[in-house]
Write a protein that binds this ligand. Structure first.
Ligand code: NAD
Ligand code: WQD
Length: 346
């Protein structure tokens, strides 16, 4: 018998890819709760194109507790929640910190209260490598202490993790996994689902794709004087479908009660550091065209290098990345074509 999972933020980038993997496992039924404040209900049409399943999205703001609780009243058989819904733009969080604290922590408080009230025993929370701050010893493992948050967004993830840990104490039946993602990129290998980034994206891969497709005229490499092998910043990029599979394995792990502690933390990264210039050159090779980029100043707030040690997830969740940098770029490029043909040019 399939188990029902509630995915918050299911119309977003990682949420929609996770829904695809949950459905394709044939072990789970899914409902989604997404206000679409940062996405579109159209995502579910793309999920259906890939899986053949029409997932119901409740277009509800999770910060509106009564509306959110109605969803659980209608679905008393929910056995697990995967909580993606949050705001995630670093720069915006610096400009509008209260909006970030209200949305990210208000929504999480309601999700935790719902777990308590509706006896949902399995919770997975989207956290971020940004909780580590500027770490000197690489790779970072789950044992690496949290550093000072470099922006309010990262701070909401640090507080969110502590909120979950504290909720475990009075709720011994509750189980949670905190997943700290590094840099998820790419799109579904079919090219039919990917990230709907804002008009002016902030992240490297969407910017590279927009430059390659002519949506943006040029781009800048932010900093070439870092103490790294080629002077540009190093990050741990991983394919969004690999992250999605990690959530499927994480939910299996919780449902099968393989967790030793009530709340466990896992890094999700590829374990490989890739520089900005290496990423650009790989993109030029895969796409088959020169990219119009200039070498520029450092971007404020960037750490020189961060990459993760994901051995815990490899061993305990039996999760291993299937895709490499070339697949990340090739899938993102397919998705850029889809966006251009189906969305931008319409
Ligand atoms: P996304 O913006 O594509 O998806 C988030 C979804 O949540 C959106 O569809 C948005 O409409 C919805 N949402 C936001 N607030 C809501 C609310 N109050 N009620 C209902 N829906 C709401 O982001 P994503 O990249 O899919 O990220 C998912 C999660 O992973 C987030 O928690 C993010 O912080 C975390 N994360 C993302 C990255 C990344 O680089 N993409 C890295 C680390 C962690
Ligand atoms: C990657 C590298 C830039 C654009 C962010 C969040 C982090 C996590 C993942 C949520 C950096 C460089 C970028 C450009 C460039 N998200 N770059 N030119 O900053 O590593 O991580 O997403 O939790 O919290 O901070 O990702 O894609 O913005 O940047 O040179 O036009 O690309 O300087 O070194 P980042 P990013």
């Amino acid at each position: 018998m399939k188990k029902k999972i509630l995915v918050t933020g299911g119309c977003g980038y990682i949420g929609s890819h996770t829904i695809i993997e949950l459905l394709q496992s044939n072990r789970y039924d899914v409902i989604s709760v997404d206000s679409c404040v940062r996405s579109t209900p159209e995502t579910m049409r793309r999920v259906e194109m890939i899986t053949g399943v029409n997932v119901h999205n409740y277009q509800v703001d999770i910060c509106q507790k009564e509306d959110f609780f109605h969803v659980l009243e209608e679905n008393p058989d929910v056995q697990g929640i995967i909580h993606f819904a949050a705001f995630k733009a670093v720069g915006e969080s610096v400009d509008e910190p209260l909006m970030y604290y209200r949305n990210n922590l208000g929504a999480l408080a309601n999700v935790l209260e719902a777990c308590q009230k509706f006896h949902v025993q399995n919770l997975i929370f989207s956290s971020s490598c940004s909780v580590y701050g500027d770490v000197k010893n690489l790779p970072v493992s789950e044992a690496t202490p949290m550093g000072k948050a470099f922006c309010p967004y990262a701070h909401t993830k640090q507080i969110g993790e502590e909120m979950i840990q504290n909720m475990m104490v009075p709720n011994p039946e509750m189980n949670a996994l905190i997943l700290r993602y590094f840099n998820p990129v790419g799109a579904h290998p079919s090219g039919l689902n990917g990230e709907l980034s804002p008009d002016k994206p902030n992240n490297l891969i969407p910017i590279i794709m927009h430059v390659a497709s002519g949506v943006l005229p040029q781009m800048t490499v932010f900093g070439t004087d870092y103490d790294t092998r080629d002077g540009s910043c190093i990050r741990d990029y991983l394919h969004v479908s690999d992250i999605a599979v990690a959530h499927l394995k994480a939910m299996d792990y919780l449902i099968e009660r393989k967790n030793c502690q009530q709340c466990e933390i896992f890094n999700l990264g590829s374990g490989n550091g890739v520089s900005v210039l290496e990423m650009l050159h790989a993109a030029e090779r895969i796409i088959g065209q020169k990219l119009n980029y200039q070498l520029g100043d450092r971007r404020p707030g960037d750490v020189p290098a961060i990459y993760g040690d994901s051995q815990r997830a490899n061993t305990l969740l039996d999760w291993h990345c299937q895709y490499g940098v070339d697949d990340m770029i090739a899938s993102a490029w397919k998705w850029e074509h889809y966006l251009k043909n189906e969305i931008y040019d319409k």
